[in-house]
Design a protein around this ligand. Structure first.
Ligand SMILES: *[C@@H]1O[C@H](CO)[C@@H](O)[C@H](O)[C@H]1NC(C)=O
Ligand SMILES: *[C@@H]1O[C@H](CO)[C@@H](O)[C@H](O)[C@H]1NC(C)=O
Length: 384
C-alpha cells in the first residue's frame, strides 16, 4: 500500500476529519477510477493521449523505478528526469500524471528493483487546446488526410479510438470518439505525430487531435447508483458564471449533463443553441460552465453521479448587510444579535453539507468501484 494514514477513532465532533481521513486512505485503491493505460501485452508500446486530462500509466512491479525522457529535452538525453511535479509515483501500481502537458510527450520507463525494464511507454500527449470537434448530426466533417513534405511521402491522418458508450439511455443521447494525429511513411507502422516529429518544430493546421460526436439511442439496463448532491452553488454578480465539475468524469468516458432535466448536448453547443451553458471541450465536458441558476445533474456511463442545486437565497448576505447599513446604530447592534444565529446556522448547514457530500462521494466511489469491477474493461483504456 502506497500511503497509510492513521485515522482517529470516529467521534461525533470529528466526523468530517474522520471522513476526510477515510477518503485519503481509500485514495490508493481508488486509483482505478482514473482512466488508465497499460501496454496490451508487450513490454513496450506507443500511444497517443490528450494533454490536460489525468491519466494513470500502469506498472505493477513492486519497488518499481521510473525514468522519464521528454522529446523536447532531447539535447539533454540520456539524462533522466527524476521527478516531475505533476507525476505521482504510486509504488506497486504505476504513475498518475495530472494534467499532462504536450511537452511531456516522451518515454516513460518502468524498471523493477533490480533495474530490469518492466515496461516502456512512448506517449504522445497531443495538445487538447487544438482539439478539432465535429458533430455528425450537423454534417461536420473530420479532418482530411494530408501529406507532410519532409522529403518523403509521409501521410498525416487521424487514427480513431472506438466510440465511447452512449451518454444516455432510453432517450436519444450522444456518444463521442477521440482521434489522434498519426504520421505514416509508406510500408511503415504509423507513429503518433509528435513522437514522429520529435523536437522538430513544425506547424500545420492538420497536426491536431480530434473528437467526433454523434447521436445514439440505447435501451436502459444498468441499475442506478447513489449520487452526490452539491448544495448551494452560487452565481454571483461579479463572476457571472460558475464551473461545475462532474465527479469521476473524464474525456475518456461518456458524460451527460442535464439542466432542469433537459439534456445539454454537443449538438446544441456546436450549433450555438445552448447559450446558458458551456461544456468544456478540453476535458470532454467533465466541467460545465453555467450562467443561470438551475438544477444541474451529471451522468457518467449513464449513471447519475451528482446533482448541483443553486443556492436557495442568493442575495442573503448582501441583503443582510444592506439592511444593517440602512439602520441607526442601536438597531444595527440588535440586528447583529439576530443575524448571528442565522449566519451560524448557515455555516453549520454548510459544514453538514460538506460532510454529507464527502460521505456521498465515499459511497459513490465504493459503489462505482464494485460496479466497475464487474465490467473492468470499461475502466481500463486499451489503446493499441
Ligand atoms: C502485474 O500485472 C500482470 C498483468 O496484469 C500480472 O500478470 C502480474 O501477475 C502482476 N504482477 C504483480 C506483481 O502484481
Ligand atoms: C487516410 O489514411 C489512413 C492511413 O493510411 C487510411 O487508413 C484512411 O483510409 C485514409 N482516409 C482517406 C479518406 O483516404
Amino acid at each position: 500500500m502506497a500511503r497509510v494514514v492513521s485515522c482517529p477513532p470516529p467521534q461525533p465532533q470529528s466526523t468530517m476529519l474522520t471522513t476526510l481521513c477515510l477518503l485519503l486512505n481509500l485514495a490508493t485503491p481508488l486509483l482505478g477510477f482514473y482512466p488508465s493505460f497499460s501496454c496490451p501485452s508487450e513490454r513496450q508500446c506507443q500511444t497517443a493521449l490528450l494533454s490536460d486530462n489525468d491519466i494513470f500509466l500502469l506498472c505493477n512491479s513492486s519497488g518499481a523505478q521510473w525514468n522519464f525522457f521528454f522529446m523536447n529535452n532531447r539535447a539533454n538525453w540520456p539524462n533522466k528526469v527524476a521527478s516531475v511535479s505533476n507525476i505521482e509515483i504510486i509504488p506497486g501500481t504505476g504513475i498518475l500524471i495530472r494534467s499532462p502537458l504536450p511537452s511531456q510527450t516522451g518515454f516513460y520507463h518502468c524498471q523493477d528493483e533490480n533495474g530490469i525494464q518492466v515496461v516502456q511507454y512512448e506517449v504522445d500527449f497531443q495538445d487538447v487546446s487544438t482539439l478539432h470537434i465535429t458533430h455528425k448530426g450537423l454534417g461536420q466533417k473530420p479532418l482530411q488526410n494530408e501529406t507532410l513534405s519532409l522529403g518523403g511521402e509521409e501521410l498525416i491522418f487521424t487514427r480513431w479510438e472506438p466510440w465511447q458508450d452512449c451518454n444516455r439511455c432510453g432517450e436519444p443521447g450522444e456518444r463521442k470518439r477521440l482521434g489522434y494525429c498519426y504520421i505514416e511513411e509508406p510500408l511503415q507502422k504509423p507513429v503518433p505525430c509528435w513522437l514522429y516529429l520529435g523536437d522538430l518544430k513544425m506547424w500545420s493546421t492538420r497536426l491536431r487531435p480530434e473528437m467526433q460526436v454523434e447521436t445514439c439511442h440505447v435501451p436502459c439496463k444498468t441499475p442506478t447508483l447513489d449520487f452526490i448532491t452539491f448544495d448551494n452553488f452560487e452565481i454571483s454578480e461579479e463572476s457571472e458564471s460558475v464551473w461545475l465539475t462532474c465527479p469521476l468524469g473524464s474525456i475518456y468516458r461518456p458524460i451527460l449533463w442535464e439542466a432542469n432535466d433537459m439534456p445539454l448536448t454537443w449538438q446544441g453547443q456546436l450549433s450555438n443553441q445552448d447559450l446558458n451553458t458551456v461544456l468544456e471541450p478540453a476535458n470532454g465536458g467533465r466541467q460545465l460552465r453555467v450562467f443561470q441558476p438551475a438544477i444541474y445533474k451529471c451522468f457518467v456511463q449513464q449513471e447519475l453521479m451528482a446533482r448541483f442545486n443553486p443556492r436557495p437565497f442568493p442575495d442573503m448576505p448582501e441583503a443582510l448587510r444592506e439592511e444593517e447599513a440602512g439602520r441607526p446604530q442601536g438597531a444595527r447592534e440588535a440586528s447583529k444579535g439576530k443575524a448571528g444565529p442565522v449566519l451560524k446556522g448557515l455555516k453549520l448547514t454548510l459544514l453538514v453539507g460538506i460532510v454529507l457530500a464527502l460521505l456521498g462521494l465515499l459511497g459513490l466511489l465504493l459503489k462505482f468501484f464494485h460496479h466497475s469491477q464487474g465490467k473492468r474493461s470499461d475502466q481500463v483504456l486499451l489503446v493499441k
